[in-house]
Write a protein that binds this ligand. Structure first.
Ligand code: UDP
Length: 309
């Protein structure tokens, strides 16, 4: 198949490019390299089935020839960065999604949206099922990300209903692994880089808030399976094993064999208290479940950061 992927030089996008090429597909990767990096796709640049276009998908893009899929993975996705670039974040969710949908419609291709657990906001039900409508503060600091992804979903379903476009929506929960940027700002990469370099481990709040962490290889398998079935409603993809941020900090300290101290600071505004995907739908529809336990995934990620930082 011929597949266009936006955000292909990003953390998840670069793993997806690699997997799609290995599966024998032709991949056109579009990335503006704001949070993505060419380093993530360096060896792919020599593959004749791979084409890289440095471009911001919030502008309209013309692609020559046929396409089977448009996968929209471009977005600033880390709170640290979307707090710094709220307008760019909104533009990739709104204009970027609109442009991708336009390309998909024009090419009669299928459309895949990388959505997020953030559509549930600070959830009032636990674990989060796909039918939950969420608890999002539209005018809060995370609103730029949460609301642009919620609007991106609405746009996808508008194209499905009005233009009969074939869509997939994956709500991706916290994911970690190699190719995360050391300065990404998310909790796993922060703690590992801090642990490896003997710097203070920065816990925001008292560390009792929770997240459920999925290793990137598991996530990629879930995405591929979702492309393979004909199911158009949103599906949660994530690992349901839930950890408090303090538990994560202690595990990283142990695995990096670090003498770093823990330093507590204020919890950022609107930081969700807890998060855990209900993945019954993914189990049933995709016959998919994450396999990599946190300790093993962290060891792989630590090795990556040892080599790159
Ligand atoms: N966090 C933290 N220290 C850090 C980075 C993040 O304690 O250096 C906390 C953050 O406040 C949140 C959780 O870890 O409660 C996950 O944050 P992250 O930015 O990874 O993603 P989120 O799930 O909030 O989008």
């Amino acid at each position: 198949m011929k597949i266009l992927i936006t955000g292909g030089a990003g953390f998840i996008g670069s793993h997806l490019c690699r997997r799609l090429l290995n599966d024998g597909h032709n991949v056109i990767c579009v990335d503006n390299c704001i949070t993505g990096s060419k380093n993530n796709i360096e060896e792919l640049l020599y593959n004749t089935n791979f084409k890289f276009i440095e471009f911001d998908i919030s502008e309209s893009l013309y692609i020559k020839g046929e396409l089977d899929w448009v996968l929209h993975f471009a977005s600033i996705a880390s709170p640290k960065h979307y707090l710094g670039y709220p307008i760019k974040t909104l533009k990739s969710g709104l204009l970027g999604t609109h442009n991708c949908l336009g390309i998909a419609k024009h090419k009669k291709a299928k459309f895949f949206l990388a959505s997020t657990s953030e559509v549930y906001g600070d959830p009032l039900i636990h674990p989060q099922i796909e039918e939950y409508w969420g608890n999002v503060n539209s005018v809060g600091v995370r609103g730029c990300y949460d609301e642009s992804k919620r609007a991106a979903e609405a746009l996808a379903y508008a194209y499905m209903r009005q233009h009969d476009l074939n869509v997939r929506v994956a709500r991706i929960f916290n994911t970690y692994g190699p190719n995360m940027h050391p300065d990404d700002g998310r909790v796993v990469s922060n703690f590992i880089v801090q642990g490896l370099h003997g710097k203070d481990i920065t816990i925001f709040g008292d560390g009792s808030q929770s997240r459920s962490f999925c290793y990137v290889d598991d996530l990629i398998e879930g995405i591929i399976r979702l492309m393979d079935i004909d199911y158009q409603m949103p599906i949660n993809l994530g690992n349901p094993s839930e950890f408090s941020i303090s538990e994560l900090a202690n595990l990283v300290l142990k695995l990096t064999n670090s003498k770093s101290k823990i330093k507590y600071s204020d919890l950022p505004e609107d930081d969700p208290r807890q998060r855990q995907p209900d993945i019954k739908k993914a189990i049933q529809m995709l016959h998919w479940e994450p396999k990599v336990i946190l300790e093993d995934g962290l060891k792989e990620t630590i090795e990556y950061f040892k080599l790159t930082t």
